[in-house]
Design a protein around this ligand. Structure first.
Ligand code: MLT
Length: 203
């Protein structure tokens, strides 16, 4: 898959795996990653699907209506990519932390829903429930930060709470940061994600 890799100054810090939003590229979340963990290596992936020229991580049938077969296929494809990238760049595969926004948060969520060892932690900005009616793996010891907007027209507050319940039900420790705004990723939300990350790994 098309991607960008930047070796960090400190190989012991988690590798940040970045997933952009619809229409984005692997460059979009680099400033966010540098804010969250300046010394980490970065593995940033570009979604393999194009919707009217806009990169995405899986197909959708309409706004908010996912093509579940494609979602499953792309989830496996990405999981394989991450395993291969760990070998290629000599990274500790058990030290990957996801950072995703919007469509990127949804594919990161799907990886968490399908594999117990996809990530050791995840920062999901404005995620939806990626897929329903599947049994989640054991996610105990997987801390998850969710950034959400009370007035997000794409992901409602009730869907955020549903996602939180599903992940918590699988054992994950979930922290939701609420903003009063919509789907945008605000500065204060990014800072809250950084503070959460520091509490997990630097305190
Ligand atoms: C999705 O399709 O993943 C969500 O609707 C978020 C987005 O607009 O990309």
């Amino acid at each position: 898959m098309r991607h960008l890799f930047e070796a960090g100054k400190n190989a012991d810090k988690p590798t940040l795996v970045l997933f952009h939003g619809t229409g984005g590229t692997e460059n979009d979340l680099i400033p966010l990653a540098r804010l969250i963990s300046p010394e980490s290596s970065i593995l940033s992936v570009r979604g393999n699907v194009l919707e009217n020229g806009m990169p995405r991580f899986f197909r959708r049938l309409a706004e908010g209506v996912f093509d579940i077969e494609d979602l499953k296929f792309r989830t496996v494809e990405l999981y394989d990519f991450l395993n291969n990238a760990a070998d290629e760049y000599s990274l500790d595969r058990n030290n990957f932390v996801a950072i995703g926004y919007s469509n990127g948060a949804n594919i990161a969520g799907s990886l968490l829903f399908h594999y117990k060892d996809a990530f050791k932690a995840a920062i999901l900005h404005h995620p939806m429930v990626p897929i329903r009616s599947i049994a989640l793996p054991d996610l105990s010891n997987v801390p998850i930060f969710i950034g959400a907007g009370k007035n997000d027209p794409i992901c409602s507050a009730s869907e955020t709470e549903e996602l939180e319940q599903l992940l918590s039900g699988a054992g994950a420790s979930v922290n939701i940061h609420w903003e009063d705004y919509g789907h945008q990723l605000t500065r204060t939300e990014a800072q809250a994600a950084g503070e959460w990350f520091n509490q997990q790994y630097n305190s």
